[in-house]
Ligand binder design. Structure first.
Ligand code: AVI
Length: 323
């Protein structure tokens, strides 16, 4: 049975190259977190976002719902909205509805997952006075296309929600903000969602829920490699692990090999011997202090115009303005 039809040769060769390079690099073995989000992984992430232990998405949404009018009031008219990694786009509704009360609004979700993009177009395409044009492209490529296509008068509001910035290492996060800034004009805005530091036990539970949804999300990465790269990972020989790294102030997700084992990844031309107890590091989720965000903004060509913090789950929406 061919489980995953019609994957392009280019996708398979890029995925295989990335898997090979990250699993064979000296020291800690890794897998790139961007590959967590195939169709199954994206569905599991949607399930994570409604788990009682994972307050992040609810806090993000609550802030947008509560402060959308206030956020929009701080922006000039007319404004176009581009969203980096829109996912299903559910929480963006509040911003679009607030904008549509004062102007016809163009919304450009930028998303590499075609499934998520289709869900987003369906979810938000029916709001009155909102036109949705999706870009199935990497973040910065998509943003460049939107920015180049606008007229002189249009201001751009870029949404980067859900603390997706936290999945970059801190230096890479700064680099990403700087690259985003280079595409923008002075006065354009970036609404940046950031998950804030909280009690370590709460943070760990958010990434290791008792129902095992996050474990399934993490293990699906191995299942995806089996499906797409003809590998033979035995998922029952791995265990999901979430750790708090005190020095780096981040959650790290790992997959621990429960025994010495050999895995073949045919499309990556790789035979991997894993020792008992060895881990593969799959994702980092950095957490922030509120005062770090204006500093990040200043380092990367923005100023932090305002910050809204949720009262139930420490999380901040930060409105950054391009200087
Ligand atoms: C997408 N991203 C912001 C999530 C996070 O919390 O860092 C990904 C995630 N990984 C496990 N649970 C959620």
């Amino acid at each position: 049975m061919k489980a995953t039809p019609s994957l392009s040769l280019q996708h398979v060769s890029e995925f295989a190259g990335d898997v090979r390079a990250s699993l064979t690099k000296p020291g800690q073995r890794e897998l790139p977190s961007k590959y967590l989000y195939d169709e199954v992984g994206s569905a599991l992430f949607e399930a994570i976002s409604v788990l009682p232990e994972y307050g992040l998405t609810r806090a993000d949404t609550r802030l947008l719902q509560k402060y959308a009018a206030e956020i929009v009031e701080r922006l000039p008219t007319p404004v176009l909205v581009a969203e980096l990694g829109s996912g299903s786009g559910k929480k963006t509704r509040w911003i679009l509805e607030a904008l549509a009360r004062r102007q016809k609004t163009f919304y450009y979700p930028i998303e590499i997952s075609p499934h998520a993009l289709a869900a987003c177009e369906k979810e938000l395409g029916r709001i009155d006075l909102v036109s949705v044009v999706g870009y199935e492209q990497p973040y910065l490529e998509g943003l460049r296309s939107v920015a180049e296509g606008r007229s002189e008068a249009d201001c751009l509001l870029v949404l980067f929600l859900g603390s997706a910035i936290g999945n970059f290492d801190r230096d890479a996060g700064d680099k990403f903000l700087r690259e985003t800034r280079e595409i923008l004009r002075p006065g354009d805005a970036l609404l940046l969602g950031t998950d804030l530091e909280k009690n370590v036990e709460l943070q760990l539970l958010a990434y290791d829920d008792p129902a095992g949804v996050t474990a399934a999300f993490n293990l699906n990465l191995l299942a995806r490699i089996n499906r797409e790269l003809s590998a033979d990972f035995d998922l029952s020989c791995f265990r999901h692990e979430a750790r708090w790294n005190y020095a780096e102030r981040r959650i790290e997700m790992h997959l621990r090999s429960m025994q010495r084992q050999t895995v073949r990844i045919t499309a990556a031309r790789l035979r991997l011997v894993l020792n008992e107890g060895e881990t593969i590091w799959t994702e980092s989720c950095h957490k922030y202090k509120p005062e770090e965000i204006p500093e990040m903004a200043a380092r990367t060509g923005f100023r932090c115009e305002n910050q809204w913090i949720d009262s139930e789950w420490p999380f901040a929406q930060n409105l950054l303005i391009a200087e």
